[in-house]
Design a binder for this molecule. Sequence first.
Ligand SMILES: Cc1ncc(COP(=O)(O)O)c(C=O)c1O
Length: 395
Amino acid sequence: MRAFTQPIKYHLAEDTIDKKDIDALREWLSGYPRLTKGPLHPEFEKKWSAWWGRKHSVFCNSGSSANLLMFYALLLSGKMKNKKVIVPAAGWPTTITPAIQFGFEPIMCEADKDTFAMDVGCLERLLEEHNPGAVIFVQILGVPHQHIDQLLALKEKYGFVLLEDACAAMGASYHGRKVGSFGDMASFSLYFGHQLSTIEGGVVSTDDPELNDLLVMLRSHGWGKDLPESSHEKLLKKYGIDNTHEPFIFYEPGFNLRATDLQAFIGIRQLDKMDFLIKRRNENHIRYKKLLGGRLYTQSFDAETTVCSIHFCSLAKDEKERGAIVEALRQNGIETRLYTAGNLGLHPFWADRYGEAHFAWADELHKRGFFLPNHPSLSVEDVEFISSVVLKAIC
Ligand SMILES: Cc1ncc(COP(=O)(O)O)c(C=O)c1O
């Protein structure tokens, strides 16, 4: 994308770490606390699990690391009937790159026309043909998948492990159930500009204690000392380990993907703001939809869905119209970008290995999709102004 011709007045995203958070952080730092992983880590994880209604959560250093941990924990768990995994055409590269890194056999699935998440019709055809051990789907940009009941019914019927990438969808819910509570494991990203932020950061949540134990060990070198006490005890007994060696026995081939207590301090404060953050993002999204929905193709959702989007995504009529909109936004100092990564099957990291993967709808997203800003600091007038610039550009 070319450089902006006007200074940016409306950023696509703004930090949710505000002045009060920074003041509180300064105060906390003045007590010289431990900054690396320490007591605030488990406090944050407990609070996270409680908010999402899940049994376990593992805090790590990014959403991409959360996906990496999910895939590797799944591989080591032995819970997959084979190494085939269905991956979405629309998502983020690191939703699916761990499948490549760990030698899975990824099979790409078309996006759906409602939310641009995984198309359940295409998924069922792939399930019939390949009988895969796992499926990873993305909750796209805070608009929950609208066919989640069908997705869960397919899981029952075909018996696969379901991974949910909720990295950019925190705070959204579908028929009263929170996004990030549907998968056997779910990942979240706490990067700048996401619904809530810990500078960088990620979380994996699960209700499965065995997967949780693996996630905990894999996050920190493969050692057992961060495990729940009963799990650690079992391992010590199993391997006959004495007290002297106990902290530095390594059970799994792990990484170091930890976050810090500084991030946990910020994260605990962000969770306290969740209701406000959801309300503001939801109101902005609904307003955009009212103003633009009649003229542009946008993600659709039913009345029992709570949207909590990080950007408002639209599709222009064609590439030419998208070009005109992008130019008008730039001229007015409004930051924009193309729709996420479009069709992931058209990027070299995929195409060089498996050939280009074309899909009717994901290709349209690639050609026609673009983002408008959404964050809690946007006012009603801001949303109206941004929408008016778009409408003028297409009339
Ligand atoms: C759907 C999705 N998955 C994964 C990620 C990766 O998260 P992170 O940037 O924290 O590594 C992102 C980032 O925006 C994302 O949108």
